[in-house]
Design a protein around this ligand. Structure first.
Ligand code: GAL
Length: 634
């Protein structure tokens, strides 16, 4: 398979006589794909029921005739103004009870069934019109589920839907009362229609109540997506894609991904570092114009799995964005590096966002490959370079990962509703574990929580899983590498209660969590031989061998040769030495990579990425700041 590049384009933003010139320049830049349509509803259907396809027909024809493959988006993230008049109660409602108004995007409620029908209708109409169009080679459904915090809505539609969902799941109010422990504080219900959404309570709502609402809300995202996927599949065999975001855990991407053919995500490394990732001021300064050296890789590995092996980057930052607190320009070379990193992690296609910077509306300060005056922006030449390099390098394939990390969305909800320590968050913990594997230079796969086969891996990490699924527990029982489980794994029931016997329930491994503590940032648990736990520490007891202890003599890692429980959240240096030690036991070659230097092996080549703002050496080769280098694997 040849890797390809593309770009996001909005024909409706530009005069029609510009389209052919733009298309020709895209082709000349070496781009293969163009994504269009995802915000175009008001121009497709300006008046309810009156469809205006001629402009879209012509845009697809112009782009396709120029030699581009088109990704056509369904426009359901931007319901037009008339839709609100037709369905005034379709607006999502925030946790304070305020409707979210029209005037930007994503103002719909996933629970609103009449709006879902409108989406089914527009997907059907688009499928009928374009499903067999030879230029349409892929579809994007909606745009960035949960962007602008839109998964959870506290609307009447959500309350009604939640009550029905609860009735189906629990069958009787008594069963629900028992499952949730509603006897506590006299929270028992007599009927399902008494159960409200878990917002605006005096103090925190019961945890299983909140978890149920998270599960319900995630199911609505999956159902919303499936309605469109089912409709499109009646008319097309082209792959269906959604463009996920980074660090979004409010819905179960594994479930949404099951109904699609490819997982793509939108990669804005610089905006992310400034807006959404932890890091010391010094770290953020060092990587200000490059982004976090591990964030893109984490999401490539996650979404490659969500896409059942098929990954795209649907939107790649090419210059400053408009939405982060500060929006510096990338270092020269980064628009190239990010694309190559995606390819090395298995991406088939990387599309830059966007073709030309818009001179109007909300994103007018967001760079494109062209400036608003159509002159080339710095990203354009880098895209051209990547296109040339793809031709030169040929197919690089993929390599089997040695290490795996299990990632679960339900656990993310569980710890959101019951953090127990202000810094405990699922993404943060999983990302800390991932970073340690990556600093060790390993290829990593991210696996869903119901993974049934671990035999391809030597080292498996499973931090923060609320429960162990039956398939995973069985796979762990058979595993002959090393699995490091915990912290906070298999410590709860499915209803977020404490099990009896206490967890974790590891096959043939006598380890029990007797007590749990969380710590503020300046408090640490010191470990024997240096190292420390931060944020979280579990007091373990049992008869399994102790592999590492705290300075005070408590178990820090406990278990057998293969299954070991990690009792705390190691800081970065401690994680490095733990992973390094396990790699040594496993005879797995590993590194302690310097800051910003990262590796990824494909079937044929080792790629080396230098995220640092200064040149760094790899095996005697100097890799410039923001540079990529590849060498054939022996
Ligand atoms: C993404 C979104 C795009 C655009 C972009 C700007 O979140 O999908 O439509 O808004 O961000 O960076």
């Amino acid at each position: 398979m040849k890797r390809t590049l593309g770009v996001c384009y909005y024909p409706e933003h530009w005069p029609e006589d510009q389209w052919a010139k733009d298309a020709a320049q895209m082709v000349a830049t070496g781009l293969t794909w163009v994504r269009i349509g995802e915000f175009g509803w008001s121009r497709m259907e300006a008046v309810p029921g009156v469809l205006t396809w001629d402009w879209l027909d012509r845009a697809i024809a112009v782009l396709g005739d120029a030699g581009l493959k088109v990704v056509l988006g369904t426009p359901t993230a931007t319901p037009p103004r008339w839709m609100i008049d037709k369905h005034p109660d379709m607006l999502a409602v925030d946790a304070q009870g305020h409707p979210r108004k029209f005037g930007s995007r994503r103002h719909y409620d996933f629970s609103h069934l009449a709006y879902r029908d409108e989406c089914r209708r527009i997907a059907r109409l688009m499928g009928e019109r374009y499903g067999q169009n030879p230029h349409i080679a892929a579809w994007q459904i909606d745009n960035e589920y949960d962007c602008h915090d839109t998964t959870l809505s506290y609307s009447d539609a959500a309350r009604k839907g939640f009550q029905d969902w609860l009735a189906q799941k629990y069958q009787s109010p008594d069963a629900l009362n028992r499952a949730w422990g509603n006897v506590f504080w006299s929270m028992d219900y007599d009927t399902f229609d008494q159960i409200d959404l878990p917002n605006l309570t005096v103090t925190e709502p019961n945890h299983p109540h909140q978890l149920a609402f998270r599960r319900y809300s995630s199911d609505q995202v999956a159902a919303f997506n499936k309605v469109q996927a089912d409709e499109l599949r009646k008319h097309t065999t082209a792959p269906l894609i959604h463009n996920y975001m980074g660090r979004i855990t409010t819905f179960d991407h594994w479930k949404v991904g099951a109904d699609l053919d490819i997982a793509s995500w939108d990669s804005y490394p610089i905006g992310f570092l400034s807006d959404r990732l932890e890091g010391t001021p010094k770290f953020k300064q060092t990587f200000l114009r490059q982004g976090h050296p591990d964030n893109q890789a984490f999401h490539h590995d996650l979404y490659r799995a969500v896409g059942k092996g098929r990954l795209w980057v649907m939107e790649q930052q090419p210059g400053p964005v408009n939405w982060a607190p500060y929006n510096p320009a990338p270092l020269p070379g980064m628009a190239r590096l990010w694309a190559w990193e995606a390819f090395a992690h298995g991406a088939e296609t990387v599309c830059y966002f966007r073709w030309r910077q818009a001179p109007f509306a909300q994103e007018q300060m967001h760079a494109g490959l062209l400036r608003p005056d159509s002159a080339p922006a710095p990203g354009l030449a880098e895209a051209r370079q990547v296109a040339d390099e793809i031709e030169g390098l040929g197919e690089v394939g993929t390599a089997q990962a040695q290490a795996a990390l299990v990632f679960d969305y339900e656990s993310a909800w569980a710890w959101d509703v019951q953090p127990q320590g202000a810094d405990f968050e699922m993404f943060r913990l999983a990302f800390a574990a991932y970073r340690a594997l990556r600093r060790a230079g390993l290829n990593i796969d991210i696996l869903p929580p119901d993974t049934a086969d671990l035999s391809a891996y030597k080292l498996v990490l499973a931090p923060g899983l609320m429960t162990l699924s039956d398939p995973l527990r069985a796979a762990l029982a058979r595993f002959d590498g090393i699995a490091l489980i915990g912290p906070r794994t298999d410590t709860k029931t499915d209803e977020l209660a404490i099990p009896n016997p206490l967890g974790p329930h590891l096959p043939d491994t006598d380890v029990t969590i007797a007590l749990t503590e969380s710590m503020p940032p300046n408090d640490k648990i010191k470990l024997q031989g240096g190292g420390r736990f931060v944020h979280w520490f579990e007091h373990l007891e049992g008869t399994a061998p102790v592999h590492l202890s705290t300075k005070a003599g408590q178990p820090a890692i406990m278990g057998g040769d293969s299954l070991r429980y990690l009792a705390g959240w190691p800081d970065d240096a401690t994680f490095d030495s733990i992973i390094g030690g396990l790699c040594d036991v496993l005879d797995l070659p590993s590194y302690r990579l310097p800051e910003g230097l990262r590796l990824r092996d494909t079937a044929t080549h080792r790629f080396i990425f230098n995220y640092a703002p200064k040149p760094q050496k790899w095996n005697g080769t100097v890799i410039p700041a923001a540079g990529v280098y590849w060498e054939p694997l022996a």
